[in-house]
Design a binder for this molecule. Sequence first.
Ligand code: B12
Length: 222
Amino acid sequence: MGNSEILAELKKAIIDCVRLDEAKDLARKALNAGVNPLDVVEVVREALDEVGDLYEKKEYFLMELTLAGSTATEIMTMIRPELKKTASLTKGKVVIGTVFGDLHYIGKDIVIAMLTSQGLDVIDLGVDVPCTSFVEAVKNEQPDVLAMSGLLTIVVDEMRKVIDTLRNEGLREGVKIMIGGRAVNEAFAQEIGADAFGANAVDAVRLATEWIGGRKGGKPKK
Ligand code: B12
C-alpha cells in the first residue's frame, strides 16, 4: 500500500467508528512509512469532521461520536512523541484550556503537543474551564500567551467573558490571546478583542513563536 492509500484507509477506519485497532495499525504504518505526523493529524481531523457531519444528519448518534473520539485520542497519543522530534526551540509560557461548558479536548491536545514540541512551557487547564480559572492563571502564571479552545457554538461567549474580565482587572495588556476551535473564526476574534484566531495547531505555533520572539528580541532558547 502506498502512503496515500494508507491515509485513505485510515480515514475510512475512523469514520467506520468500530475499527479502532485497524485505525491504530494504519496510523502506525503511516508513521513508520515516513508520513509527516502532521499529515496524519490532518487525516484524523478530516475523518472526525465527517463523523460530525453524519451526526448532524442524524445518521450517526452520540455512540459513534464517542467511538470516533476515542479512536482519535489514541492515535494522537501515538503521534505526540513523533511531533517532539521536529523541535525548533523557543522559550515562553502558554496557558491553554477549553472554555466553560465545552468538553472537547482532542484539538486542544494537538495544539499543546505542537507548542510543547517547540520547547514552549504549556500549562493545560483542561476542559470546561471557568472564566475565573483562566483569569487566575494569567494573574499567577504570567504567561506570554493565553489560548482558548471552543467547539460548541453555545459556549463561545465564554471567551468574550474571559477577555472582558482580564481587561477589567488590568491584566489584558500583559498577555497575547489566541482563540481556536471550529465554533470560532477570525471575525469573532476581532469582535471580542482577542489578538488572533488560529485555524489549526500549526497556526498556534506560528502565532506563539512570532509573539514571543517579537517580545524577547527573537532569541531562541539555549
Ligand atoms: C469527537 C467529538 C466529540 C467527543 C469529544 C471527545 C473529546 N474528548 O474531545 C464527544 C463524544 C465527547 C462529544 C460530545 C459532544 N459533542 Co462533539 N464532536 C466531536 C467531533 C466529531 C470531533 C471534534 C474533534 O476532536 N475534532 C478533531 C480536532 C483535531 O479538531 P478541532 O477540535 O477542530 O481542533 C483543531 C482546530 O480547530 C484547532 N484548534 C482547536 N482548539 C484550538 C485553540 C487554539 C488557541 C488554536 C489556535 C487552535 C485550536 O487546532 C486543532 C488541530 O488542528 C466534532 C465534529 C467536528 N467536525 O469538529 C463534534 C462536535 C463538535 N460535537 C458537537 C456536539 C453537538 C456535541 C454534544 C453536544 C453532543 C451531545 N448531544 O451530547 C456533546 C457536547 C459535550 C460538551 N459539553 O462538550 C457538535 C457541535 C455543534 C455546535 N455547532 O455547537 C459537533 C460540531 C458535531 C456536529 N457536526 O454536530 N463530541
